[in-house]
Design a protein around this ligand. Structure first.
Ligand code: NAD
Length: 497
């Protein structure tokens, strides 16, 4: 047990009268309602945050619109990139403060908060900063012949869509918001972020750092409160030009419908899934166990791209599950701020209760619980990392996203059968294929239905590589150059001379 001491800045931040961040300053909020922030490691309330109302939504959207047509439009692309680079630097300078705050609110173990929420976020921010000065259209010769000797020339421009509403989930509350804000700002858009009601604090601090980085007031705003109430107000606001949503499939569908119904507002949806991982028979059992740990259990399985359905060769499955159970039994489970913790709590009570109900359903369906399947004693929202052996591909746990440390396994005999099983899902966010036979793997690439396919790896995101789902896992792509299409409109300009 080596629980770290909270930094003074973190303790004092928790006691502030936190609410929202609008037009370059922290705002307490006009309504009287406050909602609690709970530490998932202890179940204790650590702070309260003001519940936003239409007043905060209107103020944030007005500020974002004014900055879009004013200060941010007048900021050169090079300077926009410089602003993002300075913010990346400030995230590094405040790494420990933000990591502690994040771990306290989300239950993410402190090492993951440092590495992903801060270090990775800075890398992503710098990647997008580079794009700010490289967003351009094309010039083209027109195709039809001239009628009377007149000439034509034409060009396209990539113009920022306007004010973006960024709706963020609780599992990577800084990093996912950074993806949205950096992409929006690089393209010349401004943004109003709505964090999850479970993790409302860290973005308030990031927005303060953005001001310190020289990003003008109104370019980044944060409104806190219930998604059900604030979501429709933000999406339906006349200044909202685009919604960038990351979250669950049912909420994503509701958001998409709302955006479409409100004059076809642009929308990207990064949603959940039921990601598959397929291990071919040439992989050793020990390598399979390492791969499963990487794919399924990091951050207690609360990663949108994590694998939840695993397909193992019939000849290997007994040995692999036995070795996996052994490894899981050695994990150090503990509080998120304990440096020695390898496996922390689930992020909130509602999610904890959902996972416990899924354990019950697995038992009712007659699945074999090879390891785990129980809540852990004590305060906080802890469950055991769990191995379930399915009876068939139709079992609930082979089909429904748990978003927890619950990996479900099925044996296969033929590789053709394996591909059919991998594709037998309404979702398609990410998948992985594990084999030493690269030629065989490459032949399978175009047969697996998934937005991302990893070979001999899982859960790695790189800012240069587009990321997003097919089928019910979403619409649109983040990263690479693909993001530009989603934050700009293409204008065609034609000239006769
Ligand atoms: P969620 O859908 O419950 O909530 C996401 C956000 O939407 C929150 O900020 C919430 O307040 C808001 N919201 C809720 N109702 C809304 C409404 N009616 N209108 C507008 N906004 C509303 O998801 P969650 O539980 O926070 O996150 C877990 C889910 O997110 C999982 O399904 C996971 O797979 C998915 N996820 C996907 C990605 C990805 O990139 N594809 C990344 C992380 C998480």
């Amino acid at each position: 047990m080596s629980e770290i001491r909270l930094l003074e800045q973190v303790s004092s931040f928790l006691t502030r009268n936190n609410g929202h961040y609008i037009n370059g300053r922290a705002v307490n909020g006009s309504g009287s309602e406050r909602f609690p922030v709970v530490n998932p490691s202890s179940g204790e309330v650590i702070a309260e945050v003001n519940e936003g109302t239409a007043e905060e939504v209107n103020a944030a959207m007005d500020a974002a619109r004014a900055a879009f047509t004013g200060s941010w439009a007048q900021t050169s692309p090079m300077e926009r990139g410089n602003c993002l680079n300075r913010l990346a630097e400030l995230l590094q300078q405040h790494r420990e403060e933000l990591a502690q705050l994040e771990s306290l609110c989300s239950g993410k173990i402190i090492q993951l908060s440092r590495l992903f929420e801060l270090d990775q976020s800075s890398h992503f921010m710098r990647y997008f900063a580079g794009w700010a000065s490289k967003i351009s259209g094309e010039t083209m010769s027109l195709s039809l012949p001239s009628m009377q000797g007149e000439k034509y020339t034409a060009f396209t421009r990539r113009e920022p869509v306007g004010v973006v509403v960024g709706i963020v989930p609780w599992n990577f509350s800084i990093m996912i918001a950074v993806w949205k804000m950096a992409a929006a700002l690089a393209c010349g858009c401004t943004i109003v972020l709505k964090p999850s009601e479970f993790t409302p604090l860290t973005l308030l601090r990031v927005a303060e750092l953005a001001k310190e980085a020289g990003i003008p007031d109104g370019v980044i705003n944060v409104v806190n409160g219930s998604g059900r109430t604030l979501g429709p107000l933000l999406i339906g606001h006349p200044h909202c030009a685009k919604v960038s949503f990351t979250g669950s499939v049912p909420t994503g569908i509701a958001v998409g419908k709302e955006a479409m119904a409100d004059n076809l507002k642009r929308v990207t949806l990064e949603l959940g899934g039921k990601n598959g991982a397929a291990f071919l028979a040439d992989v050793t059992p020990d390598a399979m166990v390492n791969g499963i740990l990487e794919a399924g259990y990091m951050n207690q399985g609360q990663i949108c791209a994590a694998a939840e359905r695993f397909y193992l060769p019939k000849s290997h499955i007994d040995e692999v599950l036995q070795k996996l159970a052994q490894r899981l039994s050695q994990l150090h489970i503990g509080a998120s701020l304990d440096e020695s913790t390898e496996f922390g709590p689930l992020a909130n009570r509602a999610h904890y209760e959902k996972i416990l109900a899924l354990f019950d359903k697995a038992r009712q369906e007659g699945n074999e619980i090879v390891y785990g399947g129980n809540a852990l004693q004590g305060p906080g929202f802890f469950v055991e990392p769990t191995i379930i052996r399915a009876k068939s591909a139709q079992d609930l746990l082979m089909r429904e996203e748990t978003f927890g440390p619950v990996c479900t396994f099925l044996a296969y005999e033929e590789e053709e059968e394996l591909i059919a099983m991998m594709n037998d899902s309404p979702y398609g966010l990410a998948a992985s294929l594990w084999t030493n036979d690269l030629s065989k793997a490459l032949r399978m690439v175009d047969r697996i239905e998934s937005g991302t396919l990893w070979i001999n790896m899982h859960n790695f995101l790189d800012p240069a590589l587009p990321f997003g789902g097919i089928k019910a896992s979403g619409i649109g792509r983040e990263f690479g150059s693909a993001f530009i299409e989603h934050y700009t409109e293409l204008k065609s300009v034609m000239v006769r001379y």
